[in-house]
Design a protein around this ligand. Structure first.
Ligand code: HPA
Length: 274
C-alpha cells in the first residue's frame, strides 16, 4: 500500500476533479444531528464519500457520508457531513483521513462541530459552546506510529490547539446575531457507551465543560499538519448523573435538530469570516 502522504494527495486530487475546485480554504466537519446544514445552501457540489478513496463510510445515525463544496464570502468551503469515530472500530488513521485530505486540498482552517454532553457550570441542553481546549481521555492518538515529516513534526505542540483568533471570530459572529455562545474544555471519551456519573464528576473536577466521543483526533491531526482549528459543541443533553433523565442517542439527534436554526444562523454568519 502507498504511504499516507501519497494516499492523501491522490484523494485530494479526486476531490478537486469531482468538485471542479483546485483548492479549498475552510473545512467544516458536521457532527451528530448537524449534518443537514448543507441542505440550506443552494449553490454547492456534492461528492459521496464512496467516491473519495480512503474516506471511511460512517455508520452512526445522523452521519450521512457526503462532502459538499461551496463558496462562502471569499472562502471555498468543504463541508464533511458524516464522520468516523473510534467507537465504530475505526483506527485513528481512518478517523482523521477526511480532515487530512481537506488540509492536503488547501484548507488552512478546520472547523470541528460535535454533539456533546454538558457538565460545565450553568450549561444546559441546547447550548452552543466554543471549545477552548481538550483532554484526551480515550488514550489513543492519531500521531502514534512512524511520523512522516512531509505531513508534520514528530512532536506536535498542543498549546493552542483551538486557535484563539478563530474563537474570537466565533464569539463576534454570535454577538452580531445576539446569540449566547458559551465556551469550555472538551473531554474526549472513546464511547460508544455514554459516561458514568462518576466519570462526569471526574471531568467536572478536572475542569471539563463538555464531554463527547469525537473531535480530539481530528483536531490533533489538523494541528500536526499546521492547520488552524475551531471547535464548536452543541450540548444536546446534561451529562450523565446531572439530571434524572437517562441518556439516549435519540435525544441527542432531537435536540440537535431543534437547535439547527440557531446553529445554521451562526455558521452562515461565521464561515465567510474565517
Ligand atoms: N456524552 C458523550 N457524547 C455525547 C453526549 C454525552 O452526554 N451527548 C452527545 N454526545
Amino acid at each position: 500500500m502507498t504511504d499516507l502522504y501519497e494516499r492523501l494527495r491522490r484523494t485530494a486530487g479526486v476531490l478537486a476533479a469531482r468538485t471542479g475546485c483546485e483548492r479549498h480554504d475552510v473545512c467544516v466537519v458536521l457532527g451528530s444531528g448537524l449534518g443537514s446544514y448543507p441542505d440550506r445552501i443552494g449553490d454547492k457540489v456534492a461528492v459521496s464519500y464512496r467516491d473519495l478513496p480512503g474516506f471511511p463510510i460512517p455508520t452512526a445515525v445522523g452521519h450521512a457520508g457526503t462532502a459538499y463544496s461551496t463558496q462562502m464570502g471569499g472562502n471555498r468551503v468543504l463541508m464533511l457531513s458524516g464522520r468516523a469515530h473510534a467507537y465504530e472500530g475505526h483506527d485513528t488513521g481512518a478517523i482523521t483521513f477526511a480532515v487530512r485530505t481537506a488540509i492536503t486540498a488547501g484548507c488552512r482552517v478546520v472547523v470541528l462541530t460535535n454533539a456533546a454532553g454538558a457538565c460545565g457550570d450553568g450549561m444546559a441542553a441546547g447550548d452552543l459552546a466554543v471549545i477552548t481546549d481538550h483532554v484526551n481521555l480515550a488514550g489513543i492518538s492519531p500521531l502514534a506510529g512512524p511520523n512522516d515529516e512531509r505531513l508534520g513534526p514528530r512532536f506536535t505542540d498542543m498549546t493552542d490547539v483551538y486557535t484563539p483568533e478563530l474563537q474570537a471570530k466565533a464569539h463576534a459572529a454570535a454577538a452580531r446575531l445576539g446569540q449566547t455562545l458559551r465556551e469550555g474544555v472538551y473531554f474526549w471519551f472513546q464511547g460508544p457507551m455514554f459516561e458514568t456519573p462518576a466519570e462526569i464528576r471526574m471531568a467536572m473536577a478536572l475542569g471539563g465543560s463538555m464531554v463527547g466521543m469525537s473531535t480530539v483526533p481530528e483536531a490533533t491531526a489538523a494541528r500536526h499538519m499546521g492547520a488552524q482549528v475551531l471547535g464548536i459543541s452543541l450540548c444536546t443533553n446534561l451529562a450523565a448523573g446531572m439530571s434524572d433523565q437517562p441518556l439516549s442517542h435519540t435525544e441527542v439527534i432531537e435536540t440537535a435538530a431543534a437547535a439547527s436554526e440557531r446553529f445554521s444562523a451562526l455558521f452562515d454568519e461565521l464561515l465567510p469570516t474565517l
